[in-house]
Design a protein around this ligand. Structure first.
Ligand code: GLN
Length: 190
C-alpha cells in the first residue's frame, strides 16, 4: 500500500523543499511538531540541519518515544543528513542522543572542515531506478559498522550514502536539494 500523507519533522531544515518533492510524487505533506500529529500521517521525514539542535527539539517536544513507536510499528521513515544521524543506533565524533532505529554508526562531519560541502554523482550500476543521482553533501556524516540487515542502495567513493533497513531509509546527502523525487518515491513505496 502506498503512503500518501507524509509528516515532515518541522524543528529545522529544508521542510518546504521536502514538501515540494512530496507533492511531485502525489503525496500530501504535513509539518509535525507535536506527538498527536504523528497519528495523522503514514510516513515521516526527518530533515537535515544540526542533529544536536534537532535532538534537543525532539526531547523538548516529547517526540522521542512517539517517533520510535511510529517507526517500530513499521511505518516508513526517511532521514536526510542530520536526520540520518538521528535515526542511527550509534553516533561518534561529537555524539548526540539518537533514536536508535537504524543499525549503523553515524560519524558526524566526517568529510572534515575544508571540503565540508560538495555535490557529486552516484550510480549503483545496472538498471537501477537510482541511476545518475546527484548527491548534495553539506557537512555530511559517514555511515559505518552497518548491521547485517542494512542494505546499501547507493555509494559514493565506496561509502554508503543511501541505506535501508526495513522501513527505515537514510541518506547522508540532501535529495530535497537536487530537485529529484526518486528517494521520496522510495519512501512512499514503504
Ligand atoms: N553536520 C550536521 C550534524 O552533524 C549535519 C548537516 C546536515 O544535516 N546537512 O548534525
Amino acid at each position: 500500500m502506498e503512503s500518501r500523507r507524509v509528516g515532515i519533522l518541522g524543528i529545522q531544515g529544508a521542510v518546504d523543499k521536502h514538501a515540494l518533492l512530496l507533492k511531485a510524487t502525489g503525496a500530501e505533506a504535513r509539518v509535525i511538531l507535536h506527538p498527536e500529529e504523528l497519528k495523522t500521517v503514514d510516513a515521516l521525514i526527518l530533515p537535515g540541519g544540526e542533529s544536536s539542535t534537532i535532538s534537543k527539539g525532539i526531547a523538548r517536544l516529547g517526540l522521542r518515544e512517539p517517533i520510535q513507536d511510529f517507526v517500530r510499528q513499521g511505518r516508513p521513515v526517511l532521514g536526510t543528513c542530520a536526520g540520518a544521524i538521528l535515526l542511527s543506533k550509534r553516533c561518534r565524533n561529537h555524539p548526540v542522543p539518537t533514536l536508535g532505529l537504524l543499525d549503523v554508526t553515524a560519524c558526524r562531519n566526517a568529510y572534515g572542515t575544508q571540503v565540508d560541502s560538495f555535490s557529486t554523482g552516484a550510480d549503483p550500476g545496472g538498471e537501477s531506478q537510482l541511476a545518475r543521482m546527484r548527491c548534495v553533501f553539506i557537512r555530511a556524516p559517514r555511515l559505518e559498522d552497518l548491521g547485517p540487515a542494512v542494505e546499501v542502495l547507493l555509494r559514493v567513493d565506496g561509502w554508503p550514502v543511501l541505506v535501508r533497513e526495513g522501513s527505515v531509509l537514510a541518506a547522508t546527502f540532501h535529495p530535497e536539494l537536487a530537485d529529484d523525487p526518486r528517494v521520496h518515491a522510495l519512501l512512499l513505496k514503504g
